[in-house]
Design a protein around this ligand. Sequence first.
Ligand SMILES: Cc1ncc(COP(=O)(O)O)c(C=O)c1O
Length: 454
Amino acid sequence: MTPPFPRTAVFDGPRLAAVGGVAVDELAAAWGTPLYVLDRRELVARMRAYRRAFGDDVTVVYAAKALCVVGLLQLVAADGLGVDVTSAGELRTAERAGFPMARVVFHGNNKSHGELADAVRLGVGRIVVDSLAELERVAALGERRGDPVAVLLRVTPGIAASTHEFIATGHDDVKFGFPLSTGMALDAVAAALGRPGVDVRGLHCHIGSQITATGGFEAAAAALCRLRADVHACCATILDELNLGGGLGIAYTRDDEVVSIDDYARGLLGAVRAQTAADGLPAARVTVEPGRSLVGPAGLTLYTVGTVKHEPGLRTWASVDGGMSDNLRPALYGARYEVVAAGAARASGATAATAATRRYAVAGKHCETGDVVATDVELPDELGEGDLLAVAATGAYGYAMASNYNRVPRPAMVIVGDGHADLLVRRETVDDVLSHDVALPGGPAASRPYTARP
Ligand SMILES: Cc1ncc(COP(=O)(O)O)c(C=O)c1O
């Protein structure tokens, strides 16, 4: 089994030598490390695999929370997908990327009045309504402009997804959506159908992320279909659309078993078809919203080793120049990653052919014991300062959840393909990080009575 690097990755023995036709040494020299690298061919292949697997009758919408930067959304738009955004920032990114607003779906459990007004003004394709309070807000906007706003209602189908509890969203008692089990979902649809300010196009659900079995997806799809039948029975309305969310898991290590995009599509569409036929309703227009499974495997991170510490009887630590500020997932969820040596061996001058290995823990540079990129990684015995390491499958929820913890500037991001690298995000500087700080007027000794004025 090979580690889950993008399909253009070239290895020299166990070392990652190049990706997208560009030597990793060149990438590190030109852009510095840590560096997020996206492989254009892997990304495009995944977008096309989704469209092929689901067919022309299904809308594929990229969930931008996985990675939301202008250049990436330009590529997503060019490939004909839609985009799902969850905040003013993501919406503005889509706008800056020139994304056709009709292909934008706006999510979130607490969209502000301002965000909703912006979304309506810009003409986003769908707003996914998450609460009765939000229904009021959206309906008021539609009534004011005299043109109903196209909405879906987010439903919590009561399905427990087999994934980490922080990223399971479809079971009862989560903050998202209207629960099906209590009858609230049906009541919400009935309420929305009675409001002239909204045009209720259909239902939405999303049961969670990094899901590696199809059963939950299929059960949720069937539950949504049954709700559609209940809406027909109670309100004499046939809803046209079912947005079934995202959530397909990816391989982070060579041992991870995942569901293919084809099998996922077959299972999901089969469940919808079977339940729709059982309910005797016409077919609905299906949408899916993959995030992780589009961009995750297209990404990798390059780090430079700073120090190696041998602790006899305990461990050997290799510390790199990034960590939890550029990839929170290991610290947040205990997520596991695959790490390999990359580029030429600098510390030892060893060649791929001669290098013996030893077991390392790869640590980040942050002041948290939990800031460990990966444990039990087989790496060259002579690893040392200046050696490059590459971490696989970091394209999703890495930069998206990055922080400036310890005032560490966030890395640059490049996209590689056909021997070229283009910058997607420039590296932050310490001055960027400090740029929002405001020093006390008059220096540290100055003290003024509290005033509510800014
Ligand atoms: C509403 C919605 N749709 C789609 C996604 C994308 O999920 P994933 O990145 O696992 O495909 C998410 C992520 O949590 C989500 O909340």
